[in-house]
Design a binder for this molecule. Structure first.
Ligand code: ZN
Length: 310
């Protein structure tokens, strides 16, 4: 993407070429980079500076419309759309979804979308006799012990439902993130999503884009997602592209981000998609919302680096 529209002043949008934008002062770049849009489809965009090893500066967006002419490169588009299709199919085929936080990220750009793991949870009587031999990530005995979810008292135990078989899919954070970025139905779905053995949520209450992040009562967690615009110079914080009101502290686990996701320099963060299980609260001055990774546990976070354009 060679051009981006800057809406820092909403009454006076300015179109920048990447060549012009990269010549702005550091201060102006920091000021404008969270106000960028795709010139073709108006999706939220990001700026990525030139790399030390010669990759050119570029604009990009994780929110292009599917038919946007600026949606490149093709491999990333294909992979993310495949993930969105898989998750949408899962919504149709499944009664619930377990988030598998243990799935390790692939450091290489594998282009092999594996099929969704389907786990059939049998009805109560059958399950009781087979529970000890099953290798399912959550067998019915744990499902039955569900406590009401954190969001309210309306939890319905699966055992109360009348159908004999529950279809529970297991999915890792990468595909969940890509499907959300590609606008799948997950964000508005009523599907039950399990974040561990005890807690489940309606998908529409669990997944929150950074633009909609609000401090929750009692610090109840959510799965917050969106795009990284940039980090601060010391790499203590991530700044989302979707809003200026949110900051994500990373200093407690910065070294894990290098080993787990290959995020070594500031440029690696720019334009990356991110999803994290965490809590949202106000800073002391009530000027900014903080999203803190749950227990600083990096397995509850996934970052999808932006591909290098062109
Ligand atoms: Zn676009």
């Amino acid at each position: 993407m060679l051009d981006a529209v800057c809406q820092y002043d909403e009454t006076k949008p300015i179109t920048y070429s990447v060549f012009k934008f990269q010549k702005l002062s550091d201060a102006d770049i920091e000021k404008y980079r969270q106000a960028l849009l795709c010139p073709a489809c108006a999706g939220k965009a990001y700026y990525r500076k030139a790399s030390k090893d010669g990759k050119a500066a570029c604009f990009g967006s994780r929110y292009h419309q599917a038919d946007c002419a600026e949606f490149k490169p093709f491999a990333a588009k294909e992979r993310e759309e495949q993930h969105a299709i898989e998750v949408n199919q899962l919504l149709v085929d499944s009664d619930a979804m377990i988030i598998d936080f243990s799935r390790a990220p692939k450091m290489t750009k594998a282009k092999t979308p594996s099929t969704v793991t389907k786990v059939l949870i049998e009805n109560e009587t059958q399950s009781n006799s087979t529970a000890t031999t099953t290798s399912m990530p959550a067998d019915l005995s744990t499902v039955e012990l569900l406590k009401p979810e954190l969001t309210g008292p309306a939890a319905v135990k699966i055992e109360d439902e009348t159908s004999t078989k529950k279809r529970v899919a297991t999915q890792g954070l990468e595909k969940v993130l890509h499907s959300l970025l590609r606008g799948s139905d997950l964000a508005t779905s009523d599907l039950w999503v399990y974040t561990d053995d005890k807690y489940r949520w309606r998908a529409k209450n669990l997944f929150v884009n950074f633009a909609d992040a609000e401090p929750t009562e009692n610090g109840a967690p959510r799965l917050y997602w969106g795009t990284i615009s940039h980090t601060d110079k010391e790499r203590l914080w991530l700044n989302p592209a979707e809003t200026k009101d949110v900051g994500i502290p990373i200093d407690m686990f910065a070294s894990s981000l290098i080993s787990r996701f290959g995020l070594e320099e500031r440029r690696d963060f720019e334009g990356a998609g991110i999803i994290l299980f965490g809590k949202c609260f106000w800073n002391k001055a009530k000027s900014r919302k903080i999203i803190q990774l749950w227990s600083n546990d990096v397995s509850r976070l996934f970052i999808s680096k932006a591909d290098d354009n062109d």
